[in-house]
Design a protein. Structure first.
Ligand code: GLU
Ligand code: ZN
Length: 482
C-alpha cells in the first residue's frame, strides 16, 4: 500500500514526432497511463520535437489521434485556454536555455570548438589503437575562446564515476561513465539535445517514475549525471522490454504492421488493441486473457513486467479482436462498421448494414472482413452456372429443384419472410435424404458464392422480392445446364 510519505505519482510519455506512431510507443504510453490511473497519479504527454529536421506536425497529430483512439488521456499541459496541451519541447526553448546557461556558468558545461574533421581524426586515431570513440576533452578547461574559432556544440563535463541505479524491472544497473567522454548536450543555447531537454523536463515536471523502452537504458546514466548537476530530485526508472518479431529480431514491418493506426484502419477494436498491448511484456497474476481498461488499471503492476523481449503474436491479436467483436451487439457492431462499409463502396446506412451484419458476423476477425463477406447482400456477384450443381446431383436436377423451392418460398407472405416460416416452407420441398439437392443451388442462387450463411438467413436479409429475383436468375442460368 502506498504510504502517506510517498509522493503522488507523476509519469510522462515523451514521443518524438519523427515517424508513424509505433506499437511500441503506444505500449509505452499505455504502461504509463495504467500506472498513473491505478495510483491516482498524473500522466503527462510531452512531444519531444527538438529535432527540427525530423519532427513533423502530421506525426504529432498521429500520436494524438492514436492515443485518443485507444482512450488514453493526459492530465496536464500548457494552458492554451482550452483542452490541455500537450507539452511541446519546441515551446520550451527559453527554459532549456536558462538551464544551459546555468551549467555553463557553473563550469559544468562548456563550449567545444572542435570541428567535425578534428573529431573524426580523433576517432580514427583511437580506432587505430583498437579503442572505442570518446571525446578527449580538448576544450574542457579552456580559459577563453580560441582565436578565430567558432563554438560548435555545448558539452557536459562527465565525471569519471560509476553510475548505478535500481531499475524497477531490471534490478541493479551500472555503467562506467568514464567511457562516455564529455557528451554533447546542445548544439547551442537555443538547440538543446534529447539527453539534456529530457532531464530539465522530467525535473521541472516532477516526474516520479520514468517508464520507457529498454533502448533508453544507456541514456539513463547520462541523464542521471546531468540531473545531479542541475539539482533535480531523482525519479525511479522502469525500462520496459522491446517488442520482437516471432524470430526475436526487433519488431519490423517484415512480420506485421508496426503503426498503431494501421490496426484501427483494418478494423481492430481499440479495447482489443489496448488489451493486446498491455500483454506485450506484462501479465496479470491470475490466468486472465481478456481484460477491459478498468481491469487493466486495477491489475497492472510494474514489478510484473518481464525483462525479456515481448514477442508480437498476430494470432493472439486476432483472437482477442474476435472476442471483443463478440461483445458488441448487432447495433453497435453496425455502427462501428459504417466507415468500413463506406470505404468498401457499400451502403453506409446503419439500418441497411445491421441485418447483413447479423448474418455474417460470426466469421469476422476484424471489421474490414465484414463488408467483404456481406457484399453479396448488396450486389449479387456473377457466378458460373456450374456452381449451382450440388456435388451429388445431376446438372439436370438443378432447375427443377430451384423451381420447387421458389414455389414454396413464394407462398410465404412478406410479413413472415424470416427464418421460421421460410424453413417450414422449404422443409416441404426438401428430401431429407438429399438436402443438398435443393439447399445447395438455393444458397448459390441467393449469394452467388460457394460459401455463405444459411439460405433462410440470407433471404431474411434480402427480403422476398430480391430473393425471388435471384432465384429466377438462377433458374434461367440452370436451364442451360445438361
Ligand atoms: N523522445 C524519446 C523517444 O521517443 C523519449 C525517451 C524517453 O522517454 O525518455 O524515444
Ligand atoms: Zn572540443
Amino acid at each position: 500500500m502506498a504510504g502517506t510519505h510517498e509522493k503522488p505519482v507523476r509519469v510522462r510519455m515523451a514521443p518524438s514526432p519523427t515517424g508513424h506512431l509505433h506499437l511500441g510507443t503506444a505500449r509505452t504510453a499505455l504502461f504509463n497511463w495504467l500506472f498513473a490511473r491505478q495510483r491516482g497519479g498524473v500522466f503527462v504527454l510531452r512531444i519531444e520535437d527538438t529535432d527540427v529536421e525530423r519532427s513533423k506536425k502530421e506525426y504529432e497529430e498521429e500520436i494524438l489521434e492514436g492515443l485518443a483512439w485507444l482512450g488514453i488521456t493526459w492530465d496536464e499541459g500548457p494552458d492554451v485556454g482550452g483542452p490541455y496541451g500537450p507539452y511541446r519541447q519546441s515551446e520550451r526553448k527559453e527554459i532549456y536555455k536558462r538551464y544551459l546557461a546555468q551549467l555553463l556558468e557553473k563550469k559544468e558545461a562548456y563550449y567545444c570548438y572542435c570541428t567535425k574533421e578534428e573529431l573524426e581524426a580523433e576517432k580514427q586515431a583511437l580506432a587505430a589503437q583498437g579503442l572505442p570513440p570518446k571525446y578527449g576533452g580538448r576544450c574542457r578547461d579552456l580559459a577563453a575562446a580560441p582565436a578565430g574559432r567558432t563554438p560548435q556544440v555545448i558539452r557536459f563535463k562527465v565525471p569519471e564515476v560509476k553510475v548505478e541505479f535500481h531499475d524497477l524491472i531490471r534490478g541493479k544497473v551500472s555503467f562506467d561513465a568514464g567511457l562516455f567522454g564529455d557528451i554533447v548536450i546542445a548544439k547551442d543555447l537555443d538547440n538543446p539535445l534529447y539527453n539534456f531537454a529530457v532531464v530539465v523536463d522530467d525535473g521541472l515536471m516532477e516526474i516520479t517514475h520514468v517508464i520507457r523502452a529498454e533502448d533508453h537504458i544507456s541514456n539513463t546514466p547520462k541523464q542521471i549525471l546531468i540531473r545531479c548537476a542541475l539539482g533535480f530530485s531523482e525519479p525511479l526508472y522502469a525500462h520496459i522490454p522491446l517488442i520482437l518479431n516471432p524470430d526475436r529480431s526487433k519488431m519490423s514491418k517484415r512480420f506485421a504492421d508496426t503503426a498503431l493506426l494501421d490496426y484501427r484502419n483494418t478494423g481492430y477494436l481499440s479495447e482489443a488493441m489496448m488489451n493486446f498491448l498491455a500483454f506485450l511484456g506484462w501479465h496479470p497474476r491470475e490466468d486472465e486473457d481478456i481484460l477491459a481498461p478498468a481491469d487493466l488499471i486495477s491489475r497492472f503492476d510494474l514489478e510484473r513486467v518481464q525483462k525479456a523481449g515481448a514477442v508480437f503474436d498476430q494470432e493472439k491479436m486476432n483472437w482477442l479482436n474476435r472476442e471483443y467483436l463478440k461483445k458488441l451487439d448487432d447495433e453497435n457492431l453496425a455502427e462501428a462498421l459504417v466507415p468500413f462499409f463506406r470505404a468498401a463502396g457499400l451502403p453506409d446506412d446503419v439500418r441497411r448494414i445491421r441485418p447483413a451484419v447479423a448474418a455474417v458476423r460470426s466469421r469476422a476477425e476484424k471489421l474490414s472482413d465484414v463488408p467483404v463477406s456481406a457484399r453479396f447482400f448488396f450486389e449479387l456477384p456473377p457466378y458460373e452456372p456450374s456452381l449451382l450443381v450440388w456435388k451429388k446431383a445431376a446438372p439436370a436436377t438443378v432447375a427443377p429443384a430451384l423451381a420447387r423451392a421458389r414455389a414454396a418460398i413464394a407462398t410465404v407472405p412478406d410479413a413472415d419472410f424470416k427464418r421460421e416460416a421460410l424453413s417450414a416452407a422449404i422443409g416441404g420441398v426438401v428430401d431429407p435424404a438429399s438436402r443438398g439437392e435443393v439447399l445447395w443451388p438455393l444458397r448459390v442462387a441467393l449469394s452467388g458464392q460457394a460459401t455463405s450463411p444459411d439460405p433462410v438467413d440470407i433471404m431474411g436479409v434480402l427480403g422476398k422480392e430480391e430473393s425471388l429475383r435471384r432465384i429466377d436468375l438462377a433458374v434461367a442460368a440452370a436451364s442451360g445446364l445438361a
